[in-house]
Design a protein around this ligand. Structure first.
Ligand SMILES: C[S@@+](CC[C@H](N)C(=O)[O-])C[C@H]1O[C@@H](n2cnc3c(N)ncnc32)[C@H](O)[C@@H]1O
Length: 241
């Protein structure tokens, strides 16, 4: 499987290992202000998207749910009230520490999408929100997600996607100017936020990403556009053996 993310970091061409190290640094830099920046950049809309995402994941009592690239744990927290065991997996201890609360019912585990710390067929549902475009090897991560899910297990991915043509010019203007400016003013890191925008631009559109999910072995792949396709939720199932 060709990897559409490989070799890119912003406008520079870098090796996968350099890209991996740079992404780690981005999330150390932005961790303390990550949640507030999301609210400012999206006018709070990311919270509505995440609520819809968690509702579609529909975790149930007794299930094990992994929120991969879970960062500060906001999506995982929306699912924790269900009675399911909810595990946040993220390579960035800075992001997880920024979100951790003393009374957390969540589990936090350091790990990355390409090498998940779970046995084959052990997870009922795996969610990933605004994380898949940061993995170093997209194809490997999708195959690994497929490996850890139980037969019939659910995979849900919330990610920025290709907006409808009518709003594309406004969206591009906002993302290329206002977001790096906010990144500089609030998080003190315009380059980190320029990277985030560039990674959104390079990410496959809705049908192309659905095709990659199918190539990893998933069935029933579909997607739901959010806010005219600015973001999309892809949903897929691991076939019963
Ligand atoms: C934009 S944040 C998303 C956080 C949270 N899920 C949300 O929706 O706000 C992306 C996260 O992906 C994580 N990440 C980076 N590389 C990763 C990898 N190879 N595997 C899994 N997560 C990764 C980062 O550490 C970061 O916490």
């Amino acid at each position: 499987m060709t990897d559409p993310l490989s070799g890119s970091f912003g406008t520079e061409t870098v090796s996968p290992e350099e890209r991996r190290a740079l992404i780690r640094r981005v999330f150390v830099e932005v961790a303390p202000r990550y949640d507030v920046m999301n609210d400012l950049m999206s006018f709070g809309i990311h919270r509505l998207w995440k609520r819809q995402f968690a509702a579609l994941a529909a975790p149930k009592r007794g299930e094990t749910v992994v929120d991969l690239a879970g960062g500060t744990g906001d999506v995982a927290r929306l699912m924790a009230g269900s009675g399911a065991r909810v595990v946040v997996v993220d390579p960035s201890t800075a992001m997880m520490c920024a979100g951790r609360r003393p009374d957390d019912a969540l589990e936090f585990v350091a790990g990355e999408g390409e090498r998940l710390p779970f046995g084959a067929g052990t997870i009922d549902c795996l969610t990933i929100s605004f994380g898949i475009r940061n993995v170093t090897h997209l194809g490997e991560a999708l195959t690994e997600i497929h490996r850890v899910l139980k037969p019939g297990g659910r995979f849900l991915c919330l990610e920025f996607s290709r907006p409808h043509a009518i709003i594309r010019p406004f969206y591009q203007a906002w993302s290329s100017t206002a977001i790096p400016a906010l990144g500089a003013a609030i998080a003190g890191s315009p380059s980190a936020y320029r990277y985030l925008i560039e990674s959104i631009r390079r990410f496959p559109d809705q049908p192309a990403f659905a095709h990659l999910i199918e190539q990893a072995g998933f069935a029933e792949v579909r997607w739901i556009n959010l806010s005219f396709g600015i973001a999309a939720i892809h949903i897929a199932t691991k076939r019963n053996a």
